[in-house]
Ligand binder design. Sequence first.
Ligand code: ADP
Length: 633
Amino acid sequence: MKCDPTLYRAAPTSLAVKPRLIRHLFLPPLVIALMIGLGYLGFWVSEHYGIRSLSENGQRQLELHARAVESEISKYTYLPSLLELESSVSRLLDDPSPEHRQTVNEYLEGLNRRSRSRAIYVMDTTGRVMATSNWRDVDSYLGEDLSFRAYFQNAVRGQPGRFYGIGSTNGEPGYYLAHGLEERGKIIGVAVVKVRLEAMEERWQRARLEAFVSDENGIIILSSDPARRLKSVIPLSEETKEKLARSLQYYWFPLNELQPLAREKLAEGEEKLTFPANSELMSEEENISYLSQTRPLSDTPWNFTLLTPLQDLRREAINQGILVAVAFALVAFLLIAWNERRKVIATRLAAREALQEANNQLERRITERTTDLRASNERLKGQIRERRQAEETLRRAQDELVQAGKLAAIGQMSTSIAHELNQPLAALRTLSGNTVRFLERGQLDVASTNLKTINELIDRMGRITASLRSFARRGDDKGQASLGKAVDAALQVLGSRVENAHLQLHRDFADLQVQIDQTRLEQILVNLIGNALDAMQAQPLPELWLEGEISEGKYRLRVRDNGHGIDAETRKHLFEPFFTTKPGEQGLGLGLTLSASLAAATGGHLGVEHPASGGTTFVLSLPLVSPLHAEPI
Ligand code: ADP
């Protein structure tokens, strides 16, 4: 079944191409942008939550290590106040004799050894060292004036002196704890314990812990990384720097600021710091980020800071980000593939629907057309019925007309008939009158001759009336005739004449059925063949051709002879009634007239041709009953 291609619902080209082009142009960059964006989001979320988790863990670590630092520091806080109880110390401060000094020196030396502090010494209220545990050492503090030290100044005022500084004598860092020694409510001197806290640094290093302790000035005094030691964690003004330099708290160290590459405050006491890489293990481009968590240490104005490296976390976050990006790319790819497949299926479905629709439409059209055709068929049948009825009516009318025409022809001929009959009648009157007179006179021979003439005249008149009767008779114009039989019958009627003439007959026609009454056709053929025989009387080799052919639904029979032909004058009157060229009783002049009328009555025609080679051809055209029955004979 063929389908109308216009029935397919094709999208307009301009509309269909544009979105596809836009999709192809913008989809890949969009997917890539989303991939990068989501990858970054994955990285950010992973890092964020990683930092949060690290922060929680770090808080615990911070607490733990800060406590450790606090206990390390606090373990010495009681030590200087102990000296208040020692009588030798107060004696020395009362009376700084060499014996007293030596006693205290030795006492302090022993105490220092037992407490594992760095040094213990006693100063008078002017800040001069009166006795010290390191009295044997070359760089002993003995006799030194340390009144400029802040811890002394605090302690001599009765406040606890806490101080981290670098020793002015040997440049060694230490934690100084000072206590004002009271006697009867009056401060008589200051006892100082110097503690080294480096052990903590070593402990941190062993534990691979990154941590530092910054003092009240923001200077890192203890650090797991020696490079950070004595760096300030907050910016120092020039004024502060000068003040600190004057106090020699940090000896002559430059106190540079610890400058991270980036600093991001996350929460109170929590920062994200990025330092430039300095370890050999790290590549030069890779910076180190830390989560910095700070907590103040109790009993001191110091802060403990724990640094948790974020390298692993960062690496993990990058991996997560890549994972998210790859997962998204995969999902996007699957979605695009699914969408493409969906579109292909949709297109196929649409095409199938369109095809179905086209088929339905086609079937509808076929049904409509069939209905139309059936209707027009019915209409045609109706028309055919009407036509047949009309034809029937027409034929009947034609019959009536022919009949009327014949009667009219007889009417027209009536003058000629009257003339034709009046002549013999007049002759009969004269002859009968004469015969009576001849019989009265006894002239029997003459009377007999007259009677013979009268007989002949009566015969002629009978023939005329017989011909007219057969013409005027309402014949069967609807009959059928066999051409072959009609020819045979005509030749039989003319049998003796044909034989006497030694006629050579040429039959070249088909034996078929023509629409004319069989007797009428025979009558026409007898007239035509009889005329031909008459015309060929003087011909030594008479020949007659009967030739047939089908032309325009009719059968044309040509009756050709090689007789004397017809002269120009005769041709004018050929079909007129009672026109004859034949002498005496031979011709009535009705043969051609009646034959033409009989042919015309059945829808045929009789015509004449005058061949240049001589002779005459009469052409009889008659309607065929059925052209299919044509058989050559
Ligand atoms: P008829 O035979 O009684 O004369 P037709 O009507 O048959 O009457 O013929 C009229 C005339 O036509 C004839 O007298 C004759 O002169 C002429 N005619 C008819 N047939 C032929 C023919 N085959 N050849 C020559 N003349 C013919």
